[in-house]
Design a protein around this ligand. Structure first.
Ligand SMILES: Nc1nc(=O)c2c([nH]1)NC[C@@H]1CN(c3ccc(C(=O)N[C@@H](CCC(=O)O)C(=O)O)cc3)C=[N+]21
Length: 299
């Protein structure tokens, strides 16, 4: 049976470091890190995530502000809000919760955020810094940054000689994850829905990262014996065994069977999810310290 990574515990230790850095910033400059979270529309799942982000921000000692806009908000109105947050010196991090309702040009909204306040790491400037190996100068997308912390805890900082396979190629996760693994000297394959013999490709992986959005798709015979398996999927499926109409969260990995083959594996829930929020806090304190001429710790 594989070692199961406790994402909540690792996230708690990151949050502890963030809280200390935030207190040090405030003691030295009188400035509290400011995080603005913008949510448009009334998707209930999004509201759950946003409230846990606000709660965690307060726990870190941040000034946390939430802007809740109606679903009918226009592109111009949303970009005007971002512009006012860009100009607000008390705000160091801006997160626009995705997905936005269908009538928005999400990319235009994201690119309107100042790169130094883009705590999601989605601005082309931040994506470009990551792709060109400048890991210290920009802000890195929270979920891959969190997944990478698990990888470092398991394998150390140098992945020389190890094969890593990332299933998924989104700008939010797959591409930055592949870039981080490559920067750590892994030999990286970015697999996706059009990959041939996906199972065979995955069986080569010493580090297998699944971000496909298909419940329990990765099976035991896709996993190299002794591999590290990181599950980035969050899928809600029916759970009639829990009672009529009940659901539960599962990842993209068939956990029980893969845990028999892997040496280390992350659970869902309690794996990458809590780390995403912790790394958002880390990016916010990083942005606030840089804005005030201090060198942030490395997380
Ligand atoms: N601009 C933007 N940035 C994001 O980072 C972003 C976003 N939009 N939109 C939605 C997704 C999703 N996301 C999650 C964060 C934490 C958990 C999390 O903590 N999950 C818990 C379970 C939570 C539950 O029980 O529902 C866990 O995995 O243990 C999940 C999902 C951030 N996202």
């Amino acid at each position: 049976m594989a070692k199961v990574i406790d994402g909540k515990a690792v996230a708690a230790s990151v949050v502890e470091q963030v809280t200390a850095a935030s207190a040090a910033l405030e003691a030295e400059t009188g400035v509290r890190p400011g995080l603005a979270v913008v949510i448009v529309g009334d998707d209930p799942a999004s509201h759950v995530y946003v409230s846990s982000k606000s709660r965690m921000a307060k726990q870190c000692g941040f000034n946390s502000v939430q802007h809740t806009l109606p679903a009918e908000t226009t592109q111009d109105e949303l970009e005007a809000l971002v512009a006012s947050l860009n100009a607000d010196a008390s705000i160091h991090g801006i997160l626009v919760q995705l997905p936005l309702p269908g009538h928005f040009d999400s990319d235009a909204v994201i690119q309107s955020i100042l790169p130094e306040k883009d705590v999601d790491g989605l601005h082309v400037v931040n994506a470009g810094k990551l792709m060109t190996g400048d890991l210290e100068g920009g802000l890195i997308s929270c979920t891959p940054a969190g997944a990478m912390l698990f990888v470092r805890q398991t394998h150390g900082a140098d992945l020389s000689g190890l094969n890593a396979v990332v299933i998924g190629r989104s700008n939010l996760f797959g591409k930055p994850m592949s870039a981080l693994l490559l920067a750590a000297n892994a030999t990286v394959t970015t697999a996706h829905s059009r990959t041939g013999d996906l199972a065979g490709v995955c069986r080569n992986a010493d580090i297998l990262v699944a971000a496909v959005g298909r419940p329990q798709m990765v099976k035991a015979d896709w996993v190299k014996p002794g591999a590290t398996v990181i599950d980035v999927g969050i899928n809600r499926i029916d759970a009639p065994e829990r009672g009529e109409g009940k659901t539960r969260l599962v990842g993209d990995v068939a956990f029980d069977e893969c845990a028999e083959v892997a040496s280390t594996i992350t659970p869902v829930p309690g794996g990458v999810g809590p780390m995403t929020i912790a790394m958002l806090m880390a990016n916010t304190v990083t942005a606030a310290m840089r804005a005030n001429g201090l060198k942030p710790p490395s997380f």
